[in-house]
Design a protein around this ligand. Structure first.
Ligand SMILES: [Zn+2]
Length: 398
């Protein structure tokens, strides 16, 4: 355990609020700042549900239902979570190519197979809908990703009416924030030579913050002492306990650990976590099972952290779904590819648990992985746009 876990709550609140003000920066150049937008709280909408926070885990990389659902010893925590919610045993996946398949879960549309690895999608993501159409603020929407450079592409699309201004904040193993915030924070991550340099950096941070938003958040008091704590917030709160993870599956483990820190700190409306290490399966079935087991452990810890948090526990929904499965049979390397067209590849599980879900129910109806996007929107009381080409998995709700 790190200091981050013993941080006192008033200090944590200040850190959170300060960072929220900083996160409002991208829109602070005009009159329309995130903090000035009226917040349409989901509870005021006709589709209101109890869920206030959604953690959507794209268990991407290609994971067979068999290796999680049938081989229970690989995923005791996911089974425990499913007992507190629902298990959908046969969601059909959008396609069987990496990135496009996982992106489909965030856009609600079938994204082209073989979509360019470095290109953004054309359909808005659920983050953009929530930010632009549902009044969510910058600090409400986060993405913790294991997918390196590609991971940030899940944060927003290149749709002309949506795009970067409405994207999620991204944090990956290397610690990438939205660009404006990152410029300042990058420098905090470097070892400091002396107090003067630190002071200069803090002045820069101070100057970069939206003072009006800060003042409104902290009763008008903004002082240097408080701002100095922002550094600690970045280093401990978000990456604390995750930076020294190593070994197979460390990228995924970090993404989940950092995601849990984001959840605890910002209490976002939506936290997306995208994984990818399971794809080691092409060359090693055993390595793949290791990744599943490690991710199961980390997701168990995240779930427990939510249950132990008095505010989050009755308001948070966790959704875990692979982007696609894997082939029925081992390849010549004792690994598993993804291309045989079998149900083992084309159907995946969904585990969903939270205040709006039935408990201990197994669902067998129709469903697709693209339904995750409208399901998340619907859980937060937002009617999916006509651009979303899929429908919420209402049958999963209690
Ligand atoms: Zn692959």
């Amino acid at each position: 355990m790190t200091n981050a876990h013993s941080i006192d709550s008033s200090r944590r609140d200040f850190l959170r609020n300060t960072a929220m003000a900083a996160l409002a920066l991208p829109l602070a150049d005009g009159s329309l700042t995130a903090s000035s937008l009226p917040r349409r709280m989901p509870s005021s909408l006709p589709l209101a549900r109890k869920t206030k926070h959604v953690v959507l885990v794209a268990f991407a990389g290609g994971v067979r239902s068999k290796d999680v659902i049938e081989l229970k010893e690989n995923a005791p925590n996911l089974h425990r979570i499913a007992q507190n919610g629902v298990l959908h045993a046969g969601l059909r996946c959008a396609n069987v190519g990496h990135y496009g398949a996982a992106l489909s879960m965030f856009t609600g549309n079938v994204e082209a197979l073989g979509i360019r690895d470095d290109g953004r999608g054309v359909n808005p993501t659920l983050f953009e809908y929530l930010r632009k159409d549902a009044g969510c603020s910058a600090s409400d929407l986060w993405l913790s990703t294991s997918n390196g450079a590609q991971g940030k592409l899940f944060a927003y699309s290149e749709h002309p009416d949506y795009g970067a201004s409405f994207g999620a904040n991204v944090l990956d193993g290397e610690g990438i924030f939205n660009v404006e915030f990152k410029k300042v924070l990058d420098q905090f991550g470097k070892p400091r030579a002396d107090g003067d340099k630190e002071a200069a950096l803090l002045d820069e941070l101070n100057a970069s913050l939206d003072q009006k938003a800060l003042a409104s958040l902290d009763g008008g008091k903004v002082d240097a002492q408080h701002l100095r704590r922002v550094e600690k917030f970045i280093l401990d709160e978000l990456t604390g306990g995750a930076t020294n993870l190593t070994g197979p599956g460390a990228g995924d483990a970090k993404a989940i650990r950092v995601g849990a820190n984001i959840l605890r700190t910002f209490r976002p409306r939506v936290l997306g976590i995208t994984l990818q290490n399971a794809d080691i399966a092409h060359g090693s079935y055993n390595g793949y099972v290791e990744v599943i087991r490690r991710n199961d452990q980390e997701l168990g810890k995240l779930w427990d952290a939510v249950q132990q948090d008095p505010e989050l526990k009755d308001q948070t929904t966790l959704l875990v779904c692979p982007e696609f499965g894997r082939d029925k049979d081992l390849n010549e390397r004792n690994g598993l590819d993804h291309g045989d067209g079998s149900d083992s590849l084309n159907k995946v599980f969904l585990i969903g648990a939270g205040p709006d879900f039935a408990r201990g129910k197994t669902l067998k109806g129709e469903g697709r992985t693209v339904d995750l996007c409208p399901t998340v929107l619907s859980l937060l009381g937002h009617k999916p746009s006509a651009m979303v080409g899929s429908k919420a998995l209402d049958g999963a709700f209690a």
